[in-house]
Design a protein. Structure first.
Length: 194
C-alpha cells in the first residue's frame, strides 16, 4: 500500500475549534513549512485555502480533526473546492497537560499523523445521512425529556395533598398530564391569622 507521503507534496494539518482553526503546512517528511490560524467561517476557510496554495502549491492533502463537528464546515468547503481531505482522530489528552499543548502543535501533529497512517479515514459526506442523524438524535432527546417529565409528575402525585392525589390516582399518564395542565392555584381553605 502506498503511503500518503509518496502521493503528495505536502499536508495541511488543521486543529479545529468552534471559533478558530489552526493550520500547519508540513512536507512529506514531516518538516513544518508554515503555520497560520483563521476564524472558523467562510472567510477563514478561504484564507486557509489560499495559505495551502501558497505553501503547498502542488499535490496536497488536508488532515482535519473533527470533520463531523467543528471541522464539518471546512471539510465541506474543501470538498467543494476539489481538495483532498482526510480525517485524523483527536489525541487522547492526559488529565494534566502542564501547559505544553498548543493548537499549532495539534495542527502539526494532525498532518504528521496523516503522513504516517496506512489507512486514511475519509470524512462522511453531509446531506441526507447527517439530516437523519440529527432527526434521530432530536427524537431521542425528546423521548428522554418526556420520560423524565412524566417520572417527575408521578413523584409529585405521591406527595400531593390527599384531595388531588385521589383525583389523579388511577388515571393514565397522558390523562394525568392533561388534568394537571388545567390545574390552577387553589385557595387555601384554612387561613392563618396572626
Amino acid at each position: 500500500m502506498t503511503m500518503l507521503a509518496e502521493q503528495v507534496d505536502g499536508v495541511i494539518g488543521v486543529d479545529t475549534h468552534r471559533d478558530t482553526l489552526a493550520a500547519a503546512a508540513v512536507s512529506p517528511i514531516g518538516a513544518v513549512l508554515a503555520s497560520t490560524d483563521s476564524p472558523a467561517n467562510a472567510r477563514g476557510y478561504q484564507q486557509l485555502l489560499d495559505f495551502a496554495r501558497q505553501h503547498v502549491p502542488g499535490r496536497r492533502c488536508w488532515a482535519l480533526e473533527g470533520t463531523g463537528s467543528y471541522g464539518a464546515g471546512l471539510a465541506s468547503f474543501l470538498d467543494a473546492a476539489g481538495e483532498r481531505v482526510v480525517e485524523v482522530c483527536r489525541p487522547k489528552r492526559p488529565a494534566i497537560r502542564g501547559g505544553r499543548k498548543t493548537d499549532m502543535l495539534d495542527a502539526v501533529r494532525a498532518a504528521r499523523e496523516a503522513l504516517a497512517t496506512e489507512h486514511l479515514i475519509h470524512p462522511r459526506r453531509r446531506g441526507e445521512r447527517e439530516a437523519l442523524r440529527v432527526l434521530l438524535a432530536t427524537r431521542q432527546s425528546a423521548v428522554l425529556a418526556s420520560t423524565a417529565a412524566i417520572n417527575l409528575l408521578k413523584a409529585l402525585v405521591v406527595s400531593a395533598p390527599d384531595e388531588l392525589r385521589v383525583e389523579l390516582r388511577g388515571m393514565k399518564s397522558k390523562d394525568q398530564v392533561a388534568h394537571c395542565a388545567k390545574l390552577r392555584d387553589r385557595p387555601t381553605q384554612v387561613l392563618l391569622r396572626s
